[in-house]
Design a protein around this ligand. Structure first.
Ligand SMILES: [Mg+2]
Length: 232
């Protein structure tokens, strides 16, 4: 079926953090007088992410309230810092993640969404992200080319659940069979979208995705060609 709407994942598909998460936390730790290296923070952050419930501090995963609880575990529980120091860490981290300059947009991303929209397709972002994503997309020059931005922390549901895709379809006024979802995560993006009845393609920027049941392109140039072949 010809594609009439395109949904795109954000992180690892259209944009990426410039610094690894553990390096960002190491910088904040240093500012608070704690010497914790990036190498030490990597397994710690991964362990805490694994133990975190889906909602915490009244917020859904990746919301500021939820990250407040992550930061309390890192800086309070693990490093023994005071509540005031944890609050300071939160301010530094939230400011970092709200700053567009701390992210990079993959080559061709802005041109791709602009072209799809100019061709009359409905174009949206569907992302597991904090409530700050929309502002970030404005700052990165992507938002003006998008019809909709659907974010897990706001919706209180997340990929790969069918609900978040259904909400995006409803908001886009789109049918699943003529909608393509693009992402870089096999389970959350490709399998989730397929189970919600959408078409899907994976984008592999770094040659990391194992061959599997879902179509996969290498980078946004290949993605553009793949989509245009399937447009009316
Ligand atoms: Mg992603």
């Amino acid at each position: 079926m010809a594609i009439k709407a395109v949904f795109l994942d954000a992180g690892g598909t259209l944009l990426a953090e410039k610094l690894p998460r553990a390096a960002i936390y190491a910088n904040v730790a240093r500012e608070l007088g704690v010497s914790a290296t990036e190498a030490a923070l990597r397994p710690l952050l991964s362990r805490i992410a694994g133990e975190m419930p889906r909602t915490a501090g009244g917020g859904f995963r990746y919301s500021e309230a939820w990250f407040g609880e992550v930061n309390a575990r890192v800086f309070g529980r693990e490093f023994g810092l005071s509540d005031a120091a944890v609050a300071h860490a939160c301010r530094l981290l939230f400011a970092h993640f709200a700053e567009p300059a701390n992210f990079r947009v993959y080559d061709g991303a802005i041109e791709l969404v602009a072209e799809l929209k100019a061709r009359g397709l409905v174009v949206g972002v569907v992302s597991n992200w904090s409530e700050r994503l929309e502002g970030l997309l404005v700052g990165l020059g992507l938002r003006q080319h998008l019809d909709l931005v659907v974010v897990s922390a706001v919706e209180r549901c997340e990929k790969p659940e069918r609900t978040i895709f259904a909400r995006a379809l409803a908001r886009a006024g789109a049918e699943p069979t003529t909608t393509l979802h693009v992402g870089n995560d096999v389970e959350k993006d490709a399998r989730g979208a397929t189970e919600a009845g959408l078409q899907t393609v994976l984008v592999d920027h770094h040659g990391e995705i194992e061959p599997g049941p879902f179509p996969c392109v290498r980078g946004l140039g290949e993605l553009r060609a793949w989509i245009l072949e399937r447009c009316p």
